[in-house]
Design a protein around this ligand. Structure first.
Ligand SMILES: [Zn+2]
Length: 50
């Protein structure tokens, strides 16, 4: 359980929105978006295969 630094509401990473970005499989980023205020909490890069 974590708190959103923007709206101070509790954010469960099971409920957090994951937005996939990227044109293909090789360049894919997953953005974690707060479900309360839609702020971007973080970005994690997908695996680079090959
Ligand atoms: Zn928030």
């Amino acid at each position: 359980m974590a708190k959103c630094p923007y709206c101070k509401l509790e954010v469960d990473f099971k409920n957090v929105e994951r937005v996939k970005k990227g044109a293909g499989i090789l360049m894919q980023e997953i953005m974690y978006v707060c479900p309360h205020c839609q702020s971007i909490l973080g970005v994690s890069r997908g695996k680079y295969t090959g």
